[in-house]
Design a protein around this ligand. Sequence first.
Ligand SMILES: NC(=O)c1ccc[n+]([C@@H]2O[C@H](COP(=O)([O-])OP(=O)(O)OC[C@H]3O[C@@H](n4cnc5c(N)ncnc54)[C@H](OP(=O)(O)O)[C@@H]3O)[C@@H](O)[C@H]2O)c1
Length: 274
Amino acid sequence: MAPTSPIPVSSDAPSSATAPCVAISGAGGSLGRALLRRWHGRGARLIALSSSEAPITLHCAAGRAIPLRQVRWQVGREEELRSLLAEVDVLVLNHGLNVHGDRSPEAVLRSLEVNALSSWRLLELFAAVARERQLRPGQPRPELWLNTSEAEIQAAVSPLYEISKRLIGQLFSLRSLDLADGAGGPLRLRRLVLGPFRSELNPIGLMGADWVAGQILRQAVDWNCGLVIVTPNPLTYLLMPLATLGRWGYMRLTSAAAAAAAENGDGQLRNRGR
Ligand SMILES: NC(=O)c1ccc[n+]([C@@H]2O[C@H](COP(=O)([O-])OP(=O)(O)OC[C@H]3O[C@@H](n4cnc5c(N)ncnc54)[C@H](OP(=O)(O)O)[C@@H]3O)[C@@H](O)[C@H]2O)c1
């Protein structure tokens, strides 16, 4: 099945009840704030998902305060977002941390939980909520955007960052086989693969977060790309599509959806019983 058309947005439109509702995790960080500003410029209603209580206040280029709803969430308590997610049209999973050279057990746990497992749980939760949603005729499917990193396929001088980003990147590929609209699933999925930009997580990044956010929206919304790549590294534009295509083929051949796996298991039991 071909992917559905993207969530309709208008340029510089003021938010209205019919505007898409966009929720962004890691909202207090550099890219989270930049994405919120950019989505505001496209008329979206905004939900800032933050693990912090510090208020997020943003202003548009004209100096006016940007209206947004700030919601606190915590890794491990994703289920508490269930009712909120029912009203979300685009969920951007953007939270993340980098423990750099730390390889302690605590750093392993934090990296896996924050960078990988919480995003996987939110993906499954959003898919479950999307399955229950009654779509009007012509209404696009809810979208989930996952911000992984170039570290999915390249060195980031931070082993646990690489391990956790590769894990979520691979889980995303695996579960896309059932959850993506192109496979009959309930969600339009987009993967964001970004190169180094300046933020608390990476103070020496080459690109600016605002520019990166602009490029993300251009590729995802204007061009309807499922694989969004923003980096000065030309190798990523070659290797990332190959990596995702290779994974898709390999995972499709070597795994099965829940119903098929159960059927297969029954068949094996029946054969053993003969
Ligand atoms: N900077 C780069 O060079 C680069 C390159 C490729 C990909 N990325 C990815 O881009 C995303 C945004 O990063 P950024 O560069 O904008 O960094 P950032 O400014 O540090 O923002 C990351 C945000 O993630 C949230 N977060 C951190 N620890 C968390 C925790 N324990 N539980 C829940 N949320 C937590 C925080 O937002 P709240 O306080 O609002 O929860 C934090 O501000 C990350 O996923 C990162 O891996 C960054």
